[in-house]
Ligand binder design. Structure first.
Ligand code: GRF
Length: 193
């Protein structure tokens, strides 16, 4: 009998290149999950275009249309449960996850961050690290908790840079590393669920 493919959802707010990397890994047979939903809080973001290109369903919401975070997270959590989603992968989702999703998807939400946490949490992490002058850059995949990039670390990868490397060149390397590592870690975590 064919094994059931585990279902995941990806949350994004912007470009969606990590979302696309996950979908590509699936299409190439390197990741045995199904992305059943892309959740975005910005209906016009480019990630939505990518989802359309891959025929993936999108749930787009605007927080201003809801009375509270609990209200929109309840709608999202209901939808995810209806779709039997096992794991949520945040990929450039620019909101803190609240108590509703944290309790209903406990230890089942991952995030990817473009720095070696706990250094440089929050926005513009690559630029923060570059301006600080660090010589080792990297990325972190971690479980999500109520804080900003504070959850338990699952995986990290890093590389050395030369003083002459530009911010743009480093950003390109960071994103390439993200696109490689996130599908691998998603597979590892889903295998434990
Ligand atoms: C990535 O650098 C990710 O680490 C961070 O937000 C960025 C999202 O990029 N959380 P994209 O939308 O996946 O292209």
């Amino acid at each position: 009998m064919k094994q059931k493919t585990d279902k995941i959802a990806v949350f994004a707010s912007g470009n969606g290149s990590n979302f696309e990397a996950i979908v590509t890994a699936i299409e190439q047979g390197n990741l045995q999950v199904e992305v059943v939903l892309l959740v975005v809080d910005k209906p016009q973001c480019y990630a939505v275009e990518r989802a359309k290109n891959h025929h993936i369903e999108v749930f787009a919401f605007q927080s201003k249309n809801y009375p509270s975070k609990e209200a929109y997270e309840t709608e999202i959590a209901d939808l995810l449960e209806q779709k039997d989603v096992k794991l949520i992968a945040l990929a450039g989702y620019m909101r803190l996850i609240g108590s509703v999703l944290l309790s209903r998807f406990s230890k089942r939400i991952l995030n990817i961050h473009p720095a070696l946490l706990p250094a440089f949490p929050g926005l513009h992490a690559i630029e923060q690290a570059y301006n600080y002058g660090v010589k080792i850059f990297g990325i972190t995949i971690h479980y999500v908790d109520a804080g900003m990039d504070t959850g338990e670390i699952v995986a990290q990868e890093c590389f050395h840079v030369e003083t002459s490397d530009s911010l743009e060149a480093i950003e390109t390397r960071i994103h390439a590393l993200e696109h490689k590592l996130y599908p691998i870690v998603i597979q590892q975590i889903i295998n434990t669920l």
